[in-house]
Design a protein around this ligand. Sequence first.
Ligand code: 6GU
Length: 229
Amino acid sequence: MRIDIITALPQLLESPFADSILQRAIKRNLVTVQLHDLKKYGIGKHQQIDDYQFGGGAGMVMMVEPILNCIQDLKKERTYDEIIYMTPDGELFNQKMANQLSLKKNLIILCGHYKGIDQRLRDHIITKEISIGSYVLSGGELAAAVVSDAIIRLLPGVLNDEASALSDSFQDDLLAPPVYTRPKEINGWKVPEILTTGNFPKIEAWREEQALEITRKRRPDLLDKDFSD
Ligand code: 6GU
């Protein structure tokens, strides 16, 4: 898979891909992540990428030309499955969307800023609009990192334990059960007895029961949702 991220603040996106699981996935060539500095496509000697909005009103709007030129350059090299725009008024991101996007070959992710991008880009160029939650971030960069992480960790070979992506919270519409490690007791806080018995069928039953109970309590909405493809 290849992900091209277009941003006016490429520095903001460097560290999420420079460590841990994402770094390893990139080093192993399981994914290519390329950051593109939108300012390089800016107009005039000031490399302008935004302008006042028609009709008046506070906030600058990201112009068509720099973004269009950047995307057209990328499209010359390969065909893209989706051109994603990160925006708080997009479709709410979830595990189902991550699963679907993880099956694609080439993605562009465009990070919005200011008042957002000129609507004509949304009408004619963007194929998918994603929000990561009901709150407003300063820009789309952190959201793009969130979406990229959720996608990349699903790619074959990225996680050491292949089973562990499948046992994630949300993958089976349930939150994860509690986990414990050594010591068996600290400060008088004990590990649930069942986990130390070695009775694996019973342990599995306990975990399922816990997952169900936690989901019922915290996220009852998940129990009647369909996250499958
Ligand atoms: Cl994708 N962008 C911004 N700026 N804010 C957000 C968001 C995206 N998703 C939730 N809040």
